[in-house]
Ligand binder design. Structure first.
Ligand code: DNO
Length: 357
């Protein structure tokens, strides 16, 4: 495996490439052109310049997270071919520069959903957290019809007033999209990008839905092993793979994380390794990476990745905010650096004990 850190680019990230380089064992970053709206073609010169910037710091771009998918593709409307064409050209531009792992998601309207971005823990650290009750209290329709965009003082990230009109339209457009249609639209997209991926050796790594069940009545299709396998079989080629994301799949305690890994050899292209602490159905917070701090067994997770001969990038995922750091929620330096070192320690132990056996 290659240990990496997610980096949003020097304009947006509070963490610098120099800091990332000083984390032992981290050889690369997972990055993106953060200001590029979903659906737009990524210009080659922007790709070249971010690559040069990363390499000048002694690191490597190990993958992109994410090239976002325009909602027209997920909805499957008459504009989808135009956006798929842009996506193909973006992949071509990435492929020409040797970037060969692309993470994306197929979640309607929103990306990941959390109900608290800074829940205070007893030790004073803050974490992202989720409580299904809070989500259930929101009726998106009533929410949108309120002029001051507030719902009992609670608003979801991404529901800022300036985005609201757009979000309302999207909810309308998704009314005709059920799980089956969304699945078929994903397959249509994958078939269309297959030739460019195979030409440049690009591995597409779909990110699971987070949380791993439908929210706000919107369909979700990457929620567990069976559904992931259905997508893998529908376009049965190595380019079509998964981002194994422990936090997303693990939001549903019924998902057996090591078993999911072991069931998908050759199809996991990228891994987000971390922990969650479950308090009850639909209520969890993002713990520190260590097994002892949350509900998952990180040793078993790493062991499963090792056993399937996983060679791709791993990144620690959302960290707690500790030591007074101010950063994008989940994406500070300190706790993710601790997470990276912990995963590296597990990996070294697994590797050495497997060699002896
Ligand atoms: C959250 C991330 C997601 C992920 C996208 C991939 O922190 O795991 O935003 O990057 O879903 O497209």
């Amino acid at each position: 495996m290659k240990m990496t850190l997610r980096w949003y680019g020097s304009k947006f990230d509070t963490v610098t490439l120099q800091q990332i380089r000083q984390i032992p064992g981290v050889s690369g970053v997972i990055t993106t052109l953060y200001d590029m709206p979903a659906g737009e073609l990524w210009p080659e010169d922007r790709i070249k310049s971010i690559k040069a910037e990363v390499e000048a710091s002694g690191l490597k771009i190990e993958g992109i997270e994410s090239v976002n998918i325009h909602d027209a593709i997920k909805i499957g409307n008459d504009k989808r071919d135009k956006y798929i064409d842009n996506y193909i050209k973006t992949l071509e531009n990435l492929g020409k520069h040797g970037i060969d792992i692309v993470c994306y998601n197929f979640m309607p309207v929103f990306d990941w959903t959390r109900t608290d971005l800074a829940k205070v823990r007893p030790d004073g650290s803050t974490v992202l957290a989720y409580d299904q009750k809070k989500v259930d209290e929101i009726d998106p329709q009533t929410f949108f019809d309120q002029t001051n965009a507030s719902s009992g003082g609670f608003a979801m990230p991404g529901w800022e007033p300036e985005r609201l009109a757009h979000v309302k339209e999207l909810f309308e457009a998704y009314k005709s999209v059920d799980e089956e249609k969304l699945f078929n639209n994903l397959v249509y997209f994958l078939k269309a990008i297959r030739p460019v991926c195979e030409k440049y050796g690009i591995k597409m790594a779909i990110h699971p839905d987070d949380p791993a069940w439908p929210v706000f009545g919107l369909p979700r299709i990457i929620t567990g092993l069976e559904k992931i396998q259905r997508v893998m079989k529908a376009v049965d080629a190595p380019f079509n793979g998964l981002t194994f994301c422990a936090g997303s799949l693990g939001s549903n305690p019924k998902n057996d994380l090591p078993a999911i890994i072991r069931a998908l050899p050759g199809r996991i292209h990228f891994a987000h390794v971390r922990n969650l602490h479950h308090f009850g159905p639909g209520v969890f917070e993002e713990a520190a990476h260590l097994s002892c701090d949350g509900s998952f067994d990180l040793y078993e997770m790493c062991k499963a990745l090792y056993d399937i001969n996983f060679k791709g990038p791993i990144r620690p995922d959302h960290g707690r905010m500790i030591w007074g750091e101010k950063a994008m929620p989940g994406y500070g330096l300190y706790d993710r650096a601790l997470g990276a070192s912990y995963i590296e320690g597990l990996w070294e132990a697994i590797e050495k004990s497997s060699r002896k056996n």
